[in-house]
Design a protein around this ligand. Structure first.
Ligand code: 3PG
Length: 306
């Protein structure tokens, strides 16, 4: 049985070592394809794989067509918009994610980027503080909850809106106040941090109108997916409203245009929210263990294509 780890953006070595240990302990063989730049290398590597672990790597119908033995693909991470779920189902491949395993890493980056932003990107000029500011979390899942926990320590007033949770469910952990609606979250908060997945419904949903609801000096933080932003709308708005800032861990397609907003825009060169040793170990090992458990007991707890 062969388990392929195919990661264009590799895990830390310590995580790969851990994955290898889990795979070999269970009597399987590990194959490693890292930093590939040609999709043909992925096609070749997946040809005899029974299981595959990926990160944001695209698992398309074409990839699956080359994977004659594949029974399971695990996205070591939360968002699985990179997996063609329909094609997985059509091929009888079980698709899973590893929810929660890398969420603290993303949450810490949110706070790090926020400090960087309110201190004027460390340019030496007088900035501002996060204490007492209103932070709005759009979606209150694993990442949102970790951001809330840390933001509380900063003395921020935390609000959240999640279309799948009631106000009571949001407020049950005693950390965030539930906002009445998504619009209310943008109207109320000084900073809004996005934690929604990229779905047909959320793509382009963060647009001119909704961001324009933020009051003067608003900051939009995006560590989710670039696809949820209507970039043309946000560019137009930032040109009109010179008080707004956009910071993101998902470089927009229009990075060059956003760069014109000097001092109001920052993007990491490569998505790095989940790029910590701890998150790599947590998500990578969870993926390897889920594969072993699936083969041994048929456990499909984290299946996302059902
Ligand atoms: C996720 O959805 O888990 C994060 O966006 C991390 O993605 P990555 O594994 O490509 O860093």
């Amino acid at each position: 049985m062969k388990v392929l780890v195919a990661t264009e953006k590799p895990f830390a070595k310590v995580a790969v070592d851990g994955i290898r240990e889990v795979v070999e302990k269970n009597g399987y063989e590990l194959a490693l394809l890292e930093k590939y730049t040609d999709v043909n290398d992925l096609y070749a590597a997946v040809a005899d794989a029974d299981a595959m672990i990926v990160r944001s790597d695209k698992v398309t119908k074409e990839v699956l067509d080359h994977a004659k033995n594949l029974k399971i693909v695990v996205r070591a991470g939360a968002g699985y918009d990179n997996l063609d779920l329909e094609a997985c189902t059509a091929k009888g491949v079980v698709a899973m994610n590893t929810p929660g395993q890398n969420s603290n890493a993303v949450a810490e980056l949110v706070m790090g980027m926020l400090v960087y932003c309110v201190r004027n990107f460390y340019n030496g000029k007088s900035g501002s503080e996060l204490m007492g500011k209103k932070l709005g979390l759009l979606a209150y899942g694993n990442v949102g909850r970790n951001v809330a926990r840390i933001a509380k320590g900063f003395g921020m007033e935390v609000y959240a809106f999640d279309q799948f949770l009631t106000k009571e469910q949001i407020e049950a952990d005693g950390i965030a106040k539930g906002a009445a609606s998504r619009d209310a979250l943008f109207e109320t908060c000084d900073i809004v941090s996005l934690h929604i997945p990229a779905t047909a419904e959320t793509k382009l949903s963060i647009n001119y109108d909704v961001v324009n609801k933020m009051h003067k000096g608003g900051i939009l933080v995006n560590t989710a997916r670039k696809e949820v932003i209507d970039e043309a709308g946000l560019l137009k708005l930032m040109a009109e409203r010179t008080d707004l800032k956009y910071i993101c861990d998902v470089m927009p397609d229009a990075d060059a245009e956003f760069k014109a907003f000097e001092g109001r825009y920052f993007a990491t060169p490569k998505k790095m929210g989940a790029q910590t040793e701890e998150a790599n170990i947590n998500a990578g090992l969870a993926a390897a263990n889920q594969i072993a458990d699936f083969f041994k007991t048929g456990n499909k707890r984290f299946q996302v294509n059902k």
